[in-house]
Design a protein around this ligand. Sequence first.
Ligand code: GLN
Length: 246
Amino acid sequence: MKSIKILHMYADMLDLYGDGGNMEIMKYRCAKRGIECQVDSYSINSPKPDFSSYDLIYIGGGADLEQQHISEDLMKCREGIMKAYKSGTFQFLICGGYQLMGKFYRDADGNEIKGLGLFDYHTVAPSSRKLRCIGNIVIRAELDGKSVDIVGFENHGGQTKGVKTPFGKVLCGNGNCASSEFEGYFEKNVIATYLHGPCLSKNPEVSDYMISYCVNRGASEKITLQPLDDKLENDCRKVMLDRLLK
Ligand code: GLN
């Protein structure tokens, strides 16, 4: 049986707007296909795992205080996460998790949290909390050559700058910065995005992109995922697309 291993980091601290639900969706979509999906948890001061033994590392979003709480511990994982990323482990990062994989995050009070520096973007929040990017968001991304409209909800003060390969083009909402043209950060084995929701609930293509990547890591021949009945997910997305784009 095909299987994938996921490391969910700081689920107890970084879980804004139900980001933990993304792991339920990954497990569900794997189970429907007979793919074993093992999700391990990592919290502050957990024994350091072999990060490279995972197919995917997931970090959700959190308020400034929670990001500060986990930052020192996260920095201790830097070498292991960097090695895993370079060896092909997928990095799925939501909002606060996205920010902390960059060079730094400076919050609205001017507190600067050093990021892991896996990627060369950085994030700065305006001093006025009234300038937060909050609301529904739609982006147009390309996954495996297919254009996909992805819906979610954003709530971040941080303005992320220096992104050279964004996840998608903003059709509605803010994105990496207020009124930004682009949102998120993307590489073949990285999806970093501000989309809460949880992100995967109405966007099955995103889940399947990651599942396909993980099951094909090291596979001798291409494994094609069996399609699932995504009527409910697509109907829910259509409600939001009709409301936000019409
Ligand atoms: N605390 C960060 C910010 O305000 C991230 C927020 C989040 O994860 N939703 O930008």
